[in-house]
Write a protein that binds this ligand. Structure first.
Ligand code: FES
Length: 138
C-alpha cells in the first residue's frame, strides 16, 4: 500500500468514527420521539372499539386497557401488568382488572387488590368528545 492510499484509509476511517456516534445519536432521538407518543386517540365509531359502547366492554390497544365501567364510565390504564409484564384483562365477574399470568388483580384506580403484583397499574386521564376518546398517558 502506498502512502497516499494509507492516508485515504486513515481519513475515511476517522470520518466513519466521527459519523457513527452522530448516527447513533440521531437514532436515539427518533426513538425518543416515538416513545414520547403519550396521547392515544380512540374512535368509538370504529367497529374494533364497539365493546366500549356497552358497560362491561373493554378494549386493549397500544399497551392500554380501556374499560366501560358501570360506576366510573370509561376508564383507561396501562395494560402491562406490573408483576412481570403480561397483558391484563377486564374481569366482568369480579368487576376488576385481572392478569391471566399469575392472577394479580387491580382495582379501577389501578391499585393492587391481589398479588403477586405489588405496584399499581398507571391510570390515565380520559376525555370524550363525541365518538372520540383522548387518553393522556403522560
Ligand atoms: S405477570 Fe401479571 S401477575 Fe404475574
Amino acid at each position: 500500500m502506498d502512502r497516499r492510499k494509507a492516508l485515504q484509509r486513515m481519513v475515511t476511517g476517522s470520518a466513519t468514527l466521527f459519523m457513527v456516534p452522530t448516527a447513533l445519536a440521531a437514532c436515539g432521538n427518533t426513538k425518543k420521539k416515538s416513545a414520547d407518543n403519550s396521547q392515544l386517540t380512540v374512535n368509538l365509531a370504529d367497529a374494533a372499539n364497539a365493546p366500549l359502547k356497552q358497560q362491561g366492554g373493554f378494549v386493549v390497544t397500544d399497551n392500554t386497557i380501556i374499560i366501560n365501567t358501570a360506576a366510573d364510565g370509561i376508564i383507561a390504564l396501562s395494560s402491562i401488568c406490573t408483576h412481570k409484564g403480561c397483558t391484563v384483562e377486564y374481569d366482568k365477574t369480579n368487576k376488576d382488572i385481572l392478569c391471566p399470568c399469575h392472577q394479580s388483580e387491580f382495582a379501577f384506580d389501578g391499585s393492587v387488590l391481589q398479588g403477586p403484583a405489588v405496584k399499581p397499574l398507571p391510570k390515565y386521564k380520559v376525555t370524550r368528545n363525541g365518538d372520540t376518546l383522548t387518553i393522556d398517558r403522560s
